[in-house]
Design a protein around this ligand. Sequence first.
Ligand code: HEM
Length: 482
Amino acid sequence: MTVTSTAASLKPTPPQMNGLPVIGNVMEFMKDRTALLQRGYRQFGSIFSIKLGPKPVAVLFGEEAQEAFFAHTDKELRMDKAYGLLRASFGDIAFAAPPETYFAQRHILHAPFKGQMMAGYISIMNEEVQKWLDGLGDSGEIDITNRLIPLIQNVAGHAIMGKEFHDRMGQEFWALYADIGKALDPVLPPNLPLPKFQRRDRAKAKMHEILKPLIAERRASPDQHDDMLQVYATATYKDGRPVEDEVIIGIITALMFAGHETTVGQTAWTILELLRHPAYLAHLYSEVAQVMPYAGKPVDASTLMQLNYVRWAVDETTRLHPSADMIMREADSEIEIGNYRIPAGWLVLLSSTLAQQLPETFRDPERFDPLRFAPDRAEDKQHRFTITGFGGGVHKCAGMNFANNEMAIITAKLFQQYELELLSNDVQITYTEGASRPKNAIVRYRRKPRAAIPVDVMAQAVAAGCPHISGQADQAAATSHN
Ligand code: HEM
């Protein structure tokens, strides 16, 4: 399939699904966008169009269309124009910035996601997850999605802004973020004098007030912290200029947006799908028992690599329940994709939910079957863009490894330390700003008896600086003396 810019073309625009006058397919899209797009796929195949109010939207799937979509991003297909609603919240940064600004900032945006910082993030994840598990107590019932929210906010806040600041200001910060997130409105102009937009502007002003002195402090003593804020505070543009405070604050807010709702949704789905598939879960339980015999001992990067059943379950959730289920662009000039012409001004939509369930690519695609990621099947490796749940090409998710490690650590430690049972049989899907997640998913849990950690293992963990294990050290020492 070729994509070409063209001034005038005889090719038709993609066939259009039936919709209502004026509003087009908006109602069905808001109610259940996956069902709408599935119907379009059945009716027309891999390229068709819908209308969201007056705006025509070309919908694409399939290997060649997905390749074209990512290859032409930031050329004919613009990200910032599709995500214009984010600009009022975050400013001209990352996914909300025009291409020339984005490319000037890209190395800055991605700087804290370089491999060498991951060990520190994994250690934060261990600490926050163990604290969360300890807070669950011996048994109970929880709405798993809601209960994961504070955990994932704590991991993100701790990694982005550092422990001391997050412990002190985290709650206030996430409340301010909530006012910004709630003002993301795909329909209304963002500067109308409405209470929700006024709350957003007050929250942004407050965030600036809190963060500006902190950034100045970080610049003054650059060796004292190893969180993302520190990386941004001391980053420079390619010509050596320091990054403006506004840009840093915009990036921090955008990371809070990009990184937490998505991770909440996919972690919750991973846990739910495992509970719905006891045969697979049995393998995972025994893998975890073998690789991680001691509750409370941190999971490091090499341990994560041994947790195949955990990682495949996390990957299968990205395929079957992508939180960022839609990736959007806007055509800046007219282009051709395959047999169709997409005029300038059209939105272009790639639905990862459908793209990752194409029957020509995946065996039994609607089934939760993590073993499709095992090396002997490797269904995800068929082409470069088989899996699009974390995007692809130049804008591929900067936090993908962060998120995958976090989801694996939560899953591994939860099933290591608890027996769980899914009580709900009517779990639904709900869409928040930019991410989807399960709703009404009630889980019952009971803590497993803990194997005492041998003194030498404990000593290694304490020596490695594990903060949550030290409390158990005295207990282990006492046990060893008995
Ligand atoms: C399960 C969790 C996550 C999912 C499903 C997810 C999904 C995505 C997707 C689909 C994109 C590309 C959007 C597009 O092309 O239109 C993206 C971009 C991005 N994500 Fe994530 N994300 C997750 C977690 C995170 C985390 C934890 C962070 C950071 C803490 C993060 C930071 C970013 C950034 C900065 C970008 C923009 C990259 C660029 O444009 O260069 N994400 N994410």
